[in-house]
Design a protein around this ligand. Structure first.
Ligand code: APR
Length: 320
């Protein structure tokens, strides 16, 4: 069987980490694309030289030409500007929208059959714009946010309960931003819902509320510490999990930003919800019952995404 081809658009911190993970996991041959000359080539050379040590044979190349992504099976997009301290995700809108236009056109012309995972922020608006600019089917263009947000939530919950992260299953809905909705009721430790653990005296509502708040500002906390960039290890790992689910038809149920067509009362918008990712891309959207508080939070999140799209359409009239 021919090797799969993984194209990474953006060879910055996340792009480089994605390439490293994809090579270590043997996902296929890798093309790192960037507008900056030398960076994707340099990173590709450095990564290729991991091969003899790690024992992988993946061909890893760097490029500044979209033709080199031709025939890619999976494309992961991190191109754009990362958040700086004090800058909200939404401040990035204008700059990254232009980047999505170039990337979308590059994908449409060279790899229209790919499964595309967008990471560039502000995520819910960028994945929508990328889909519009590329013209690919909605089921083949998804945004990575929920896997990362859930991983952050699970990390804090594992610390709180003093258990392995393997026992924790949590998920986060809504937009990738301060309005995201960590769903406490459906988050469990070895199958025990968090509200039951609170009743058992293992934690308190106040402590869980603080963990929810920390999860919501999880990206900002890291930006504040790094000062010169944003998180990249966990975002890359999260996107690779989505790519594997597609490439190996794992049909994992992952929280992803997907195009909704009436589910959760939302039409023609990308928002984070649980979705089954398999060989056809987004194969199912799972609608879970939300209590009134979660519903209200989800609506705030949806409204924030809607506002971003209005702003996008104001910036680029071709999207209106
Ligand atoms: N086409 C391709 N690559 C581009 C373009 C473009 N039009 N514009 C910028 N880039 C490249 C930059 O040259 C840089 O190498 O995108 C890369 C972004 O890398 P970093 O600045 O290191 O950012 P990173 O930490 O990887 O995050 C990328 O993911 O989480 C989000 O908010 C984050 O939007 C940001 C993205």
């Amino acid at each position: 069987m021919a090797r799969k081809k993984i194209a990474l658009i953006g060879a910055g911190n996340i792009g480089g980490t994605l390439a490293h993970l994809a090579a270590l996991k043997g996902l296929g041959d890798i093309v790192l694309f960037d507008v900056v000359e030398g960076v994707p080539q340099g990173k590709a050379l450095d990564l290729s030289q991991c091969g003899p040590v790690e024992g992988f044979d993946a061909a890893i190349t760097g490029s500044n030409d979209y033709m080199d992504i031709a025939g890619a099976d999976v494309i992961i997009v991190t191109a754009g500007v990362a958040r700086k301290p004090g800058m909200s995700r939404d401040d990035l809108l204008g700059i990254n929208l232009k980047v999505m236009k170039a990337v979308g056109e590059g994908i449409a012309a060279n790899a229209p059959d790919a499964f595309v995972i967008c990471i560039t922020n502000p995520l819910d608006a960028m994945v929508w714009a990328l889909r519009e600019f590329s013209g690919l089917p909605h089921s083949k263009v998804v945004g990575m946010a929920g896997v990362l947000d859930s991983a952050r939530f699970s990390t804090f919950l594992a610390w709180e309960f003093g258990v392995s992260v393997k026992e924790v299953n949590s998920f986060v809905l809504g937009g990738h931003g301060d309005t995201m909705v960590p769903v406490v009721e459906y988050s469990t430790v070895a199958g025990i819902p968090i509200p039951d653990l609170i009743k058992m005296g293992r934690s308190t509502q106040e402590r869980i509320d603080a963990i929810v708040a920390r999860t919501r500002s999880g990206g900002g906390e890291i930006v504040g510490l790094l000062k010169t960039g944003s998180a990249f290890y966990a975002p890359a790992t999260s996107a690779i999990a989505m790519a594997e689910s597609y490439l190996y038809d794992q049909k994992r149920l992952l929280p992803c930003a997907v195009h909704l067509t009436g589910q959760y009362g939302v039409d023609d918008l990308y928002v984070g919800v649980p979705a089954v990712i398999g060989k056809d891309g987004v194969e199912q959207v799972v609608e879970i019952a939300l209590d009134d508080a979660a519903k209200a939070n989800f609506q705030v999140s949806v409204d924030a995404v809607k506002e971003l799209l209005v702003a996008c359409k104001g910036i680029d009239s071709s999207l209106a």
